[in-house]
Structure formats: structure tokens, C-alpha cells
Design a protein around this ligand. Sequence first.
Ligand code: NAG
Ligand code: NAG
Ligand code: NAG
Ligand code: NAG
Ligand code: NAG
Ligand code: NAG
Ligand code: NAG
Ligand code: NAG
Ligand code: ZN
Length: 429
Amino acid sequence: MHLLSFLASPLSCLFISAIVFPYPTSAQDRTTEQGEAQILDPTVECAPYQYPPVDDAQGNFPPSWTVATILSNDSDAQARYQSIEGLIPKIPPKGRKADSANGNFGGFKYDPNDPDCWWTYSMCTTPNVSGVPDDIAAVPEPNTLGYGFDDGPNCSHNAFYDYLLSNDQKATMFYIGSNVQQFPLEAQRALADGHQICVHTWSHHYMTALTNDEAFAELWYSMQIIKLVVGVTPTCWRPPYGDVDNRIRAIANALGLMTIMWQFDSEDWLGIESVTKVNNNYMDLITAAQNGTFSTSGTIMLTHELTNFTMSEAVSFYDQVASAFSYLVPVGVALNVTAPYVEDGYTLPSFAQYIGGMHVVSTTGSGSGGGSTSAPSVGGSSDGSGTSGSTTTGNSTNTSKSGAAKVSLKRVDSFASAAVLVTGILFML
Ligand SMILES: *[C@@H]1O[C@H](CO)[C@@H](O)[C@H](O)[C@H]1NC(C)=O
Ligand SMILES: *[C@@H]1O[C@H](CO)[C@@H](O)[C@H](O)[C@H]1NC(C)=O
Ligand SMILES: *[C@@H]1O[C@H](CO)[C@@H](O)[C@H](O)[C@H]1NC(C)=O
Ligand SMILES: *[C@@H]1O[C@H](CO)[C@@H](O)[C@H](O)[C@H]1NC(C)=O
Ligand SMILES: *[C@@H]1O[C@H](CO)[C@@H](O)[C@H](O)[C@H]1NC(C)=O
Ligand SMILES: *[C@@H]1O[C@H](CO)[C@@H](O)[C@H](O)[C@H]1NC(C)=O
Ligand SMILES: *[C@@H]1O[C@H](CO)[C@@H](O)[C@H](O)[C@H]1NC(C)=O
Ligand SMILES: *[C@@H]1O[C@H](CO)[C@@H](O)[C@H](O)[C@H]1NC(C)=O
Ligand SMILES: [Zn+2]
């Protein structure tokens, strides 16, 4: 076709828009979970945005990334703290706080008998405190990996979450409260995609260094921000750096949080400089799975959604890990925790349901998206986040509510956005 007739054709507009705007920046919707989930450029996704429900509630939360304290005007938190105080063993905070909260326990004298079942000292996961259950460091199902990621929501996790969706793979996401506050739409995506959300503290410090009320506040405000943003209150947590002892376990337990640890450490947090080591750690897990190590019970490995590197490692090893194990499931699924949140109506599949192909069970919850105060976006999403009472299956290609069905919706949405963009250019031209 002649150049002139090409330029005059509708097709040319598509080409021109593709050249002028490699991604549809003008069409970005950064007000809803679905809109935000379509952004694939990490620079764009990580740019701050306003989210009114969080902005309006700023005063109800401690400052981001600093050790949380109970706010002086928060009578709910104060009452709850007072109600659990009597359950906390009389164990002093460990080390000198300014240092130990950042992991330097140098100079701290600790009884070598490990009276506090301090994981950082001995990797102890079996507290002998009445009423406090053992930590979950492994899963009982044979040849099963309890699959999960710490430190999210990372602002640039869309490519990774898309990858998980394309494999219809669900995981347990251990979210940092300060990240949820900063990137609420990314946090909503976990629920929308059918993942399980657990708490990973407010500011990611070493918990055994903190006072009772600080440790309480680290967990409490993480639970509150997840409730505000996502609409659910988790019932599980993972201590940053694994730093937990009987005192911290008792506080978490009193707040209804199950402590989830790990047996294998990918050490992916070391970063790309340590890629050989991280690869070897993944290979060790894979070899162990292949040689029968988990033939009577499964395990958990520590991995992160911290950076592009940690997520890329998860992607590059996914196929090998998935074929070395019989089952990769969220930790809660491996434990049959079918009611993973305080609120009614949000369910996880049981282990039997999950391995039978049901990767998302629908919800009857009405409080998605923070109930009355927030996130109308989530309530309108097309997945298991609280819009329907019907059961759904994990076979995504033909279910109206599963996470993967959402991908096709997204394609429709982004196509629609592109069409709007093309129209816009047509108009401008
Ligand atoms: C507590 O005080 C802050 C201001 O410091 C305010 O924004 C917030 O709404 C108050 N919270 C309650 C529960 O009164
Ligand atoms: C727990 O076990 C340790 C070590 O065996 C012991 O020193 C400690 O007193 C025990 N604590 C309780 C509450 O039984
Ligand atoms: C299985 O592989 C793991 C990881 O390489 C290794 O530590 C373990 O000794 C192996 N066990 C057997 C029975 O070969
Ligand atoms: C998220 O990942 C990006 C890399 O893709 C990194 O630059 C950023 O610091 C991470 N954000 C957080 C909050 O961890
Ligand atoms: C890592 O970054 C590259 C380059 O931006 C991107 O193509 C890729 O999707 C990212 N991977 C993950 C898992 O986020
Ligand atoms: C989960 O449920 C199955 C039965 O469907 C059972 O065999 C298994 O022991 C349960 N696991 C746990 C941890 O309760
Ligand atoms: C799920 O969808 C795939 C792809 O369309 C199809 O091949 C498979 O048979 C379906 N599985 C079930 C259980 O419906
Ligand atoms: C897809 O689901 C609809 C109802 O939700 C059903 O009528 C239809 O038969 C299903 N298609 C396939 C291929 O399973
Ligand atoms: Zn962490």
C-alpha cells in the first residue's frame, strides 16, 4: 500500500500510537486494583499515588518504617493490649534496642540452654509455654512445598503476580504494614489473585529487641492496615529475620496470629551479587525434593518479593520446583486453614480441594476492600475477593471468579484503553 493511504488507514493509528507511546501512560488507572495491576513498567508502578482511604486514616497509624508504638489516642489498641498483657511471659527485650532492633545483638548475654526458644540463637520452633503452639516451619503433607513470599507488597510485583496467575499458582504473601500503606492497590491484588495474606510486621525490625507494647503495635497496626486496605484481618504472621522468642510468640498468639517459619532459606535477599549462592540454595531444595527427603512430610522455603532479582529467581526456578514437588500450595492450604481471616466469608481451599484443581474458593464476604471506608475497587473485582457466593474452581479459563479469569478481563481492559488512546490520537491528529 502507498504510504499516504497507509497513513490514512485506521491501522496506521495503531502503529503511530505504538511508536509514540510505547505504553499507554495516559490511560493508566491508578485508583483501582485492576487498573494498577496492568502497569508493567516498574518505574511507573513504583511512583507514589494517592489512595484516599489510606490518606484519610494516616493519623490512625504509626509513622511508616519506624518501630510502631501504640498511639496515645487509640483506645481500641490500648484496651486490646491490656487484655493480653497478662499472657506475656516475663522475658526482657533482647540486646540494646537501637542496635538489636537492627539485628546487632553483640554483647547480649543469653543462657545457652535457650530458655526462651529464641530462633535467632538456636533455630528453636517449639516453645514450651502453655497455650502457645509450636511454630509452623514445615507442612505435614508429603512432597509438598508451602509456597510463599516475604516483604511485599513490592511496588513492582505485577510481572511476578502475572506469572503466578498464568500458572494458576497461589501463594502465601507476608506483607509489611508500611508497604501496604504505601502501595495499597498492590496489596489488594494479593486477595484478588487468590493468594493468602499474612502479617510481616509494621516496620520490619527484629521483634525480640522490642518492648511488649512495641511488639504488639508492630502486629496490631499491620493487621489494621491490611483490614483497612484489603478488607480482611490475617491470622498468620512471619517474624522478620525469623527473630522470635516465647515472649513475641505469646503476643502474636494472643492476637490470633499463627507463627510461620521455614526450614530452607533461599537467601535471595542477599541480592544479585550472590546469585550463585541463591541458585545453589534453590538447587538444594530441588535435589532434596527429588531424592525423597520430603516423602513423609513437606517443607517451607524462605523466599521474597523484595526486588526484581528475588522475583526473577522465583520465576526461573518455578518449573523445576513445581516438578520436583508433587504440590506447591499456600501454607494455609497445606494446613487446611479454610478460614484464613478473622472476617467471615473468605475461604481458602482445603489441601484436598486445591490439589483437586480448586485453587480459589469463592467468598461470601461483603467487607472486601475495607468495608465501609475504602476500596470500592475491590468490591467490584471479578475474582474471589468478596463478590459472590458461588464456588469457583482453579481452572481459570472458564471460571468467572478465579484469579486467572481476571487476566482475560485485564486483556479486555487494556485493549479498551488502547482503543481510547488511539481515538485520542486520532482526535489530536
Ligand atoms: C488520633 O490523633 C490523630 C492526630 O494525631 C488523628 O488523625 C486521629 O484521627 C486520631 N485517632 C482517633 C482514633 O481519635
Ligand atoms: C522451657 O524450656 C527451657 C529449656 O528446657 C527451660 O529452661 C524453661 O524453663 C522452660 N520454660 C517453661 C515455661 O517451661
Ligand atoms: C538429598 O539431597 C539433599 C540436598 O542436596 C541432601 O542434603 C541429602 O543428604 C540428600 N539425601 C539423600 C537421602 O540422598
Ligand atoms: C521493589 O522492587 C524494586 C525493583 O523492582 C525495588 O527497586 C524497590 O526498592 C522494591 N520496593 C520495596 C518497597 O521493597
Ligand atoms: C525484572 O525486570 C525486567 C526488566 O525490567 C522485566 O522484564 C521482568 O519482567 C522483571 N521480572 C520480574 C519477575 O519482575
Ligand atoms: C487436611 O485435610 C486432609 C483431609 O482432606 C487430611 O488428610 C490432612 O491430615 C489435613 N491436614 C491437616 C494439617 O490438618
Ligand atoms: C482447564 O482448562 C484447560 C485449558 O483450557 C483445559 O485443558 C483443562 O482440561 C481444564 N481442566 C478442567 C479440570 O476443566
Ligand atoms: C463455562 O462455564 C459456563 C457457566 O459458568 C458453562 O455454561 C460452560 O459450559 C463452561 N464451558 C466450559 C468449556 O466448561
Ligand atoms: Zn522480611
